[in-house]
Write a protein that binds this ligand. Structure first.
Ligand code: ADP
Length: 462
């Protein structure tokens, strides 16, 4: 690190060229590193004047504030970024630290979890260990802006096909190329979806005889990366239904009233495309508890969502199956659990060893392979979820590709390649998710909504 004389020289250089942004940013970073917090703050403020939307400068300034216990100032500095979905995850971790400093444990846990779910590399185990959420504390996330990302970091983003009816007004219609055969493990989850969604569509007369209609919704919940999006797409493929994948960016709009309009357009698109699986990712941002919301227009959006789920008349949503996914089910307004809405929460668990081997087999099936021992890779990837395993395979394939290019011939993937890639991969923070879930759910399961999750959080496996 630079000694004090070097630092002095940099200070002098910055004084002589006050408009040199890289220089000021560098100086501010060194000051922060050396613990000259007030001076770092001054430098970052000056740099922010030169570049008001600079992520590094904002992160540095917020960090300087947090380390001086000026948590409110840190949040104010971060606010312009945090208000938009898809903001840089590392800013979310700093915000979590500031929220924790303000005593807002729920908000901090939410923010941290959300940021790390999008970029596990920004995780901070020390901070995570301090984020043990007291039971039934109201989260503060909505007060600091919408906090979910625009798209899953892991999933293949929905190829917005540009099909008729698609576009900015709420998603696009896809034909899903995957079925349940492409989803490894999760037998119980698939069975629940079959009964709830597929059978009514496949055998409408039988269901009609019992006064039941095809349609309705399921809330898929679980740690990030466990395959919720993949499963929803597979459900559409299994049914031969069209698939509309709705990301937050398709709905949320800064102008009052526009988000409601987008939501309505999305439902209309699904109704025109029936039979259709309408999938809402990160639904917590659209369906958060109204009691937690300070902004009336956010409550308006939740009300609109409920109204769309109910449909204007009995048959409005016939043949439209709503699947919604969330990593934070405890933030969803209970009104969504009423019959005919997202009335069935289904837990999508992290995979066990057999499921991990099966996922790896599926992920590798179209690659040139040597003899593979997927069980061996499964054994060393405890706590990895599907998305992590996809990362492992992608990484191994990339390395192999480089070797093949140098060798001038395709070299098949081996077990050792996967093992090496797994060893250098940090898995998603499932353990932290389980501990957050434990804090929320253990004390709030009167309705039995979280029964499926109970064995997972009660056992000491996690
Ligand atoms: P989530 O929506 O829960 O965050 P995703 O559905 O985006 O997770 O999962 C990421 C990727 O991991 C998928 O695109 C898929 O390739 C892979 N994956 C996850 N779970 C499974 C599974 N059970 N079987 C096969 N692939 C899976």
């Amino acid at each position: 690190m630079l000694d004090d004389a070097g630092l002095q020289a940099l200070r002098e250089a910055a004084r002589l060229s006050p408009d040199n942004l890289p220089l000021r940013r560098h100086l501010a970073g060194l000051l922060l590193e050396k613990g000259y917090l007030a001076e770092a703050e001054t430098e970052y403020r000056a740099a922010l004047m030169l570049a008001p939307r600079d992520v590094d400068v904002t992160a540095g300034l917020a960090e300087a504030f947090v380390r001086q216990n000026a948590h409110g100032s840190a949040l104010a500095a971060l606010e312009p970024f945090l208000a938009s979905p898809g903001y840089p995850p590392r800013l979310g971790v700093i915000a979590a630290r500031a929220l924790l400093g303000e005593g807002d444990m729920g908000g901090a846990a939410y923010r941290y979890h959300e940021a790390v779910s999008r970029d596990p590399s920004v995780g901070d185990p020390d901070l995570a260990a301090r984020l043990v959420v007291p039971p039934l504390q109201a989260p503060a996330a909505p007060s600091h802006g919408v906090s979910a990302p625009a798209a899953s970091p892991y999933g293949t983003p929905a190829p917005h096909s540009g099909a008729p009816g698609g576009g900015p007004d709420g998603g696009a219609v896809e034909r899903s190329g995957v079925t349940f055969a492409d989803v490894a493990g999760m037998e119980a989850v698939k069975e629940a979806l079959r009964v709830k969604l597929l059978l009514p569509l496949q055998q409408p007369e039988l269901f009609a005889a019992f006064g039941k209609r095809a349609g309705g919704g399921v809330l898929l919940y679980g740690p990030p990366g466990t395959g919720k999006t993949h499963l929803a797409r597979a459900a559409a493929g299994e049914l031969g239904a069209s698939f509309v994948n709705v990301g937050l960016a398709d709905i949320l709009d800064m102008y009052v009233g526009s988000s409601e309009r987008n939501l309505r357009a999305t439902f209309e698109l699904a109704r025109r495309s029936r039979p259709c699986v309408l999938f809402f990712d990160e639904v917590d941002a659209l369906a958060a508890r109204r009691s937690d919301m300070r902004q009336a227009h956010n409550r308006q959006l939740v009300n609109q969502f409920l109204a769309e789920l109910d449909g204007v008349d009995q048959s409005a949503n016939e043949g439209v199956l709503v699947l919604a996914a969330t990593n934070v089910p405890w933030y969803i307004d209970v009104a969504f659990r009423r019959p005919g809405r997202l009335d069935q929460p289904v837990f999508v668990p992290p995979p066990d060893a057999a499921a991990r081997a099966a996922i790896l087999r599926i992920l590798c099936r179209d690659k040139p392979l040597a003899e593979m021992d997927f069980d061996a890779v499964a054994r060393i990837t405890e706590h990895f979820v599907g998305a992590d395993l996809k990362g492992v395979v992608d990484r191994a394939v990339e390395a192999k590709l480089h070797q093949s290019i140098s060798a001038g011939r395709p070299i098949p993937l081996t077990t050792a390649d996967l093992v090496a890639a797994a060893r250098s991969t940090k898995p998603t923070a499932v353990r932290e998710w389980m501990s957050t879930a434990r804090n929320y759910v253990m004390h709030a399961n009167e309705s039995g909504a979280w029964d499926e999750l109970m064995p997972w959080i009660k056992g000491n496996k996690w």
